[in-house]
Design a protein. Structure first.
Length: 193
C-alpha cells in the first residue's frame, strides 16, 4: 500500500511539474504562431521569462523555419518524452518502445493544444456573458489566440439576432479532433509496435 502511494505521488509530481512547463512553452509557441502581442502584454512577458532558460540552448542548435519556432516544438517533445520515461520508471508502470514513445508524446501534445483552445473558447464565452467588452491582458491574449479559429467559423455561421453561434462549431470540430487524438493515446495503440 505504501509503494502504491509513493508511485501515485511520484506520478502526480512528475505530471504537474512537466505539465506546467510544457503548457508554458506551448502557450508561448501558440502566441508566436498567431502573432499575438508578445512585447506589450505582461502575461506574454512572463511566459518569455519562464521559458527562455530552456529555449535558449535549443535555439542555438535549431533555427526557426517558415515562421515556426522549431526550438519550442522540439523542447516540448523532449520534455514530454522525459515525462513519460520518468513516469514509466515508477513501480507499476512501463515505458513504451521508442516509436510508441514518440507517438504517445506527439499525441499528448496535440491533446494539450486542443485542450488549450477549448479552454480559451469556453473562457471567452463565459467572459462575453459576464462582462462583454471588458479588457485586460488575459482577455486580449485569449482573443488573439482564438481568433484564427473563430474567424472562419464566423464566415460559415452568421450571428443570429446578435447571438454568435460560431464558437459551437469550433468546439464541435475541436472535440472531434480530440477524440481522434485520444485513439493515439490508447496504450494498446503504441504498445503494439
Amino acid at each position: 500500500m505504501g509503494g502504491q502511494y509513493l508511485s501515485n505521488a511520484g506520478t502526480f509530481l512528475i505530471e504537474t511539474l512537466f505539465g506546467l512547463y510544457i503548457l508554458f512553452v506551448m502557450l508561448r509557441f501558440l502566441l508566436q504562431i498567431v502573432r499575438a502581442d508578445m512585447f506589450d502584454n505582461q502575461i506574454s512577458q512572463a511566459l518569455i521569462k519562464i521559458t527562455n532558460p530552456a529555449l535558449k540552448p535549443f535555439r542555438k542548435i535549431i533555427p526557426g523555419i517558415g515562421g515556426i519556432d522549431w526550438a519550442s516544438v522540439i523542447l516540448m517533445i523532449v520534455l514530454k518524452i522525459t515525462e513519460i520515461v520518468l513516469k514509466g520508471l515508477l513501480p507499476g508502470d512501463t515505458i513504451p518502445a521508442v516509436p510508441g514513445l514518440f507517438i504517445l508524446a506527439i499525441a499528448e501534445l496535440l491533446a494539450l493544444v486542443i485542450g488549450v483552445f477549448l479552454f480559451c473558447i469556453f473562457l471567452q464565452i463565459i467572459i462575453s456573458w459576464i462582462n462583454p467588452g471588458a479588457y485586460n491582458p488575459i482577455v486580449g491574449l485569449i482573443h488573439q489566440l482564438t481568433e484564427p479559429l473563430m474567424r472562419p467559423a464566423r464566415r460559415i455561421i452568421k450571428p443570429v439576432s446578435g447571438l454568435d453561434l460560431s464558437p459551437m462549431l469550433v468546439i464541435i470540430v475541436l472535440y472531434l479532433l480530440l477524440q481522434a487524438v485520444l485513439i493515439l493515446q490508447n496504450p494498446n495503440f503504441y504498445l503494439s509496435y
